[in-house]
Structure formats: structure tokens, C-alpha cells
Design a protein around this ligand. Structure first.
Ligand SMILES: [Zn+2]
Length: 264
């Protein structure tokens, strides 16, 4: 007599079982591969901090990101002025320091950033920090803030690299519209000396050179910037945060914006 189990494993039953096992395995593999791909494609929320000397074009790049990519920009300078003019509790504290010409402590700036992020991260858009962090102390507070309160965000540091000479050339050639409402910015290269009357092409007001844009003043600002930015980049390197870079020397703002879009 033939053993019943043996007859079960023979012939078409065995083939059927093997096919069923292979099908089950393929389905399992497909499912896991699918869910893995989905997780990798999920948009990660990013907070960008732009580093770059005055005149490197940080502000222009940030504006392009806001206008064309829908990013949100936090300018700590604007936020300070806003709080002071509205007379908020924070504004009163800020005024105590600024009226004495003292530096505002990192903790106050950090709590102001915390408040802004709480209001502005609900729609989970990409954030650009402008003017913050400025010191290693502020950078440490920012890392804590993200870790403890906004863990859905990753901090990415972008440095816009440019030589001092190129900044001087950019800024020293800058002409500004004298009308406060207009504020258009030009470069002396856009006008032919002695032929063109440097008037604003938008509102026809005379163009002026800002006192702050003189070469000696610019070189001094760059020296101060080099010291503070060194402390800041050292902090990020020690914290294991990669500093991404774009070389902006000799590039127009749209070329810098294109390089940035490729990076993100
Ligand atoms: Zn103008």
C-alpha cells in the first residue's frame, strides 16, 4: 500500500505547492519593496540656513526661493523690528538691549525663533533662516530647538562662497534709488559714465551711493564676517553637520538659483 502522504507530495500537488510558495514569496517581496520606495520618496521637511558674506547674494536667493518655490523665510532682523514696533513683551525686552546698543542675548533670539517656527511650520513648508544662526551659541540653540520641538525637520546648511574682492566689486559698484518707496538697486556697470544720467529706470529719482557701500567699510564688514563665520562653520563641523556649498563668484542670481534647485 502506498503511504497517503507520499501520494500527496507526488505529481501535480507538488507542482501546485511550489507555484503557490513562489507566488506568496513574490507578493511579500513586492509589498516590502513598494513600501520601502514610498518611504524614501516621502518629502522630508527642511530648514535651510544660508551662510555667506554680506553681498554674497543670500537675500536674493532667499527671495527667489520664496517667490518661485513657495518657501517661507524667517528674517530675525524683521522679526525684531516687528516685535519692537508692536510693543509686544518680547519687543520690550529687545528694546532694552538695542537702546543701550548691547547685543541681544542668544536665548532671546532663540525663543523668538521658537515662537515663529511654532506658528509657521503647521503647513510643513520648507523654511529659510535669514540672519540666524549668527553665532555658535545660536547654532547650538537651533539644533536643540529642532531636536526637541520640530523633529520633522532636518537642518541643512548652505554656504555661498565668494572672494572678498568679488564682494567689494559687487558692493562698491552698487547704486541705489534715492526714493525710499522704490529702493531699486543698480550697478555702475549698467551706466556709461558721462553719457548716461544715472537716474532710476523705474521712477526717475536720482541714484545714490550708500555710505556703507564704500570699499573701506565693505572690507571692514568682511573682516568681521570672516571671524564670526569661522566660529559658526567650526561648530557645524564638530556637530557632524555637512556644510553644502555653492560657488557664487561671477554668477548671476538666476545661475545661483539654478544650482540651488539642482541641489535640493
Ligand atoms: Zn526708483
Amino acid at each position: 500500500m502506498v503511504c497517503p502522504c507520499r501520494s500527496f507530495w507526488s505529481g501535480s500537488n507538488l507542482i501546485f505547492l511550489v507555484i503557490a510558495l513562489i507566488t506568496a514569496f513574490l507578493a511579500y517581496w513586492q509589498f516590502h519593496r513598494g513600501s520601502g520606495a514610498q518611504a524614501a520618496a516621502a518629502p522630508s521637511k527642511v530648514i535651510f540656513a544660508f551662510l555667506g558674506a554680506p553681498g554674497s547674494g543670500k537675500g536674493t536667493l532667499a527671495k527667489l526661493c520664496v517667490d518661485q518655490l513657495g518657501f517661507k523665510q524667517l528674517s530675525t532682523g524683521d522679526l525684531c523690528r516687528d516685535n519692537i514696533s508692536k510693543g509686544t513683551e518680547l519687543g520690550k525686552k529687545l528694546q532694552e538691549y538695542t537702546s543701550k546698543g548691547a547685543l541681544v542675548p542668544d536665548e532671546i533670539i532663540s525663543s523668538m525663533v521658537h515662537e515663529w517656527l511654532s506658528e509657521n511650520t503647521r503647513d510643513e513648508k520648507t523654511i529659510i533662516l535669514d540672519g540666524f544662526p549668527r553665532t555658535a551659541g545660536q547654532a547650538a540653540l537651533l539644533l536643540d530647538l529642532i531636536k526637541n520641538h520640530f523633529p520633522q525637520y532636518t537642518l541643512r546648511i548652505l554656504a555661498l562662497n565668494i572672494s572678498d574682492d568679488a564682494v567689494v566689486e559687487r558692493i562698491a559698484g552698487r547704486l541705489m534709488c534715492s526714493s525710499k518707496e522704490c529702493g531699486a538697486i543698480y550697478n555702475t556697470k549698467q551706466f556709461v559714465e558721462g553719457i548716461d544720467n544715472p537716474l532710476c529706470k523705474r521712477c526717475s529719482s536720482p541714484l545714490i551711493k550708500r555710505e556703507d557701500d564704500r570699499e573701506e567699510v565693505v572690507r571692514e564688514r568682511l573682516k568681521v564676517y570672516a571671524q564670526t563665520s569661522k566660529a559658526l562653520t567650526d561648530f557645524f563641523k564638530n556637530a557632524g553637520i555637512k556644510i553644502e556649498e555653492i560657488n557664487v563668484e561671477g554668477k548671476e542670481s538666476d545661475q545661483v538659483f539654478d544650482a540651488f534647485k539642482k541641489m535640493i
